[in-house]
Design a binder for this molecule. Structure first.
Ligand code: AMP
Length: 219
C-alpha cells in the first residue's frame, strides 16, 4: 500500500468515477465521492439528502457550507490516514480553500491533482447513454460499453438505472456549472504546482495508464 492523497478533477462524464474505482482497488485507499454520498443520503431520506435533492435535480451545486461539513466529517475517518481519492470535491474555489485549511490543520496536503479532459460533445454522449448498477455502481453505456444482459450488471447481476440528472438538459446545465464554478480549480492547483492534465479520451485501461504515469506511483 502507498500513501496517496489524490484529487481527480473533471467534468461530469469525464470518467472520474470509473478511474477512482480502478485506482481505489490498485492503491487500497478509499474513494471519496461526494455525489455518491449525496445520492446515498437521498435514498436514505436523511436531512442531508432532503437538503441536496432540489439542487441535484436541477444540476446545480449544493451550497459550499453543506459540502465542506460533509467532507470534513468524511476525510477525518480512520480509513483516510493513508490517503484517499477525491472524486467530485472540491468543486468551487471556496471548497478548495476550505480543504487546504482542513488538511493544513493536520499537517497534510494533497499530493497531486489530475484533471481529466474530454471534449464537451463526447461528455454529452457519455452522460445521456450512461447506465449504472444500483448494487455496485459499475458504469455502462448503451453504445460504448453495453452490459451483456440488457438492464443487468455484468459483475454482480444488479439492476441498471439511469441517473435522473443524466438527461440531456440537466447534463448541459451540469457542464455549464462545471465550466463556471469548477474549472477555475485547474488554475488554482496549477499555481500550487500539483496539477497534471490527462487526455480522457480512450479506453479505461489507456486512461488508467496515463493517470498512473502522471501520479508517478505504482501500487
Ligand atoms: P456527481 O455525482 O459528482 O456528478 O454529483 C451529482 C450532483 O451532486 C452534482 O450535480 C451536485 O448537485 C451535487 N454535488 C456533488 N458534489 C458536490 C460538491 N462538491 N459541491 C456541490 N455540489 C455537489
Amino acid at each position: 500500500m502507498v500513501a496517496l492523497r489524490l484529487l481527480l478533477l473533471g467534468a461530469p462524464g469525464s470518467g472520474k468515477g470509473t478511474q477512482s474505482e480502478v485506482l481505489r482497488r490498485q492503491f487500497g485507499i478509499p474513494q471519496l465521492s461526494t455525489g455518491d454520498m449525496l445520492r446515498q443520503a437521498l435514498a436514505a431520506g436523511t436531512e442531508l439528502g432532503l437538503k441536496a435533492k432540489d439542487y441535484m435535480e436541477r444540476g446545480v451545486l449544493v451550497p459550499d457550507d453543506v459540502m465542506i461539513g460533509l467532507m470534513r466529517d468524511r476525510i477525518t475517518q480512520p480509513d483516510c490516514v493513508n490517503g484517499y481519492i477525491l472524486d467530485g470535491f472540491p468543486r468551487t474555489v471556496p471548497q478548495a480553500t476550505a480543504l487546504d485549511q482542513m488538511l493544513k490543520s493536520v499537517d497534510s496536503r494533497l499530493d497531486v491533482v489530475c484533471e481529466i479532459v474530454v471534449p464537451d460533445s463526447d461528455l454529452l454522449k457519455r452522460l445521456s447513454g450512461r447506465w449504472l448498477c444500483k448494487k455496485c455502481g459499475a458504469s455502462y453505456h448503451v453504445e460504448f460499453r453495453p452490459s451483456k444482459a440488457a438492464g443487468q450488471c455484468d459483475s454482480c447481476n444488479g439492476p441498471l438505472y439511469q441517473r435522473p440528472d443524466d438527461t440531456i438538459e440537466t447534463a448541459r446545465k451540469r457542464l455549464e456549472v462545471y465550466r463556471k464554478e469548477t474549472l477555475p480549480l485547474a488554475e488554482y492547483y496549477k499555481q500550487q504546482g500539483i496539477l497534471k492534465t490527462i487526455n480522457g479520451v480512450g479506453s479505461v485501461e489507456e486512461i488508467e495508464q496515463r493517470l498512473l504515469s502522471a501520479i508517478g506511483k505504482t501500487s
